[in-house]
Write a protein that binds this ligand. Sequence first.
Ligand SMILES: C[S@@+](CC[C@H](N)C(=O)[O-])C[C@H]1O[C@@H](n2cnc3c(N)ncnc32)[C@H](O)[C@@H]1O
Length: 275
Amino acid sequence: MFAVSVTPDPPELQRVWDANAAFWDECIGPEGNAFHRVLVAPAQMRLLRLQPGERVLELACGNGQFSREMARVGAIVTASDFSPVFVERARKYAKDAGLNIEHRIADATDESHLLAMGEGGPFDAAVCTMAIHDIAELKPMASALFSLMSASGRFVFSVMHPAFNATNPVFVAETFDEDGDVTTSYALKISGYHDRSPERGTGILGQPEAHWYFPRTLVNLLGPFFKAGWVVDGLEEPAFPAGMGAPERPFSWRNYPAIPPVLAVRMRPLPKLNG
Ligand SMILES: C[S@@+](CC[C@H](N)C(=O)[O-])C[C@H]1O[C@@H](n2cnc3c(N)ncnc32)[C@H](O)[C@@H]1O
């Protein structure tokens, strides 16, 4: 990763995601990648406990793979992203799958964009899948979602785990020979947590442009939501199960089953006292 001293503005962030969208979509595919299928989607579905007919808003939906999963269990989904290229891909996949999902272009750092999606009434749930670490500012989202949510609403998000996977870990593998018994042990070397600032990096090897990450401590991740009136009432820290078979790369997360690369969180709005 390359540290940058100046946080880029929303048009530049959007330009980079537009430039990467086709490549990301082709790598991830319409059903999501192993991260989504094994770690993220099952955790989010457990935390959401969706009921058919519930209205759900997804922010930063990318190619819409999780939006479609929610629509398939009967949720009424509005899916949004600030990248028109991603939104177009999501729209096409939904149409091809015969799923009725409303797609919108919306910047999650612009409160007015988010509030405009609430014209159909309150949402029962909101979701943000593996994208909060890519979003420059969380206060507008925390505040707008609080206004958009029904009294029984919940906001579920997944993020690269702030302790293990948002701080530029060094993947370590050590091979030992003890009396002819050769084993390899896997570890992570974490060299920072409190001192991270926005930096550019590679999410998928070969992507056209490095994109920006906004690594946050747990306090900085959850703090804007606490201030806006949210409380946490569900958490998961999914890791790949041991024995999934040989991974494609030696430093794949699949070799680190004891360490969770993902944090999934459920939040609920505190009662709105003034109505
Ligand atoms: C790592 S991708 C995740 C996409 C999708 N949620 C998934 O899991 O496949 C991050 C996504 O965040 C979107 N994004 C980043 N900043 C955003 C913002 N300020 N508003 C809306 N979307 C944003 C990008 O366009 C991209 O689709």
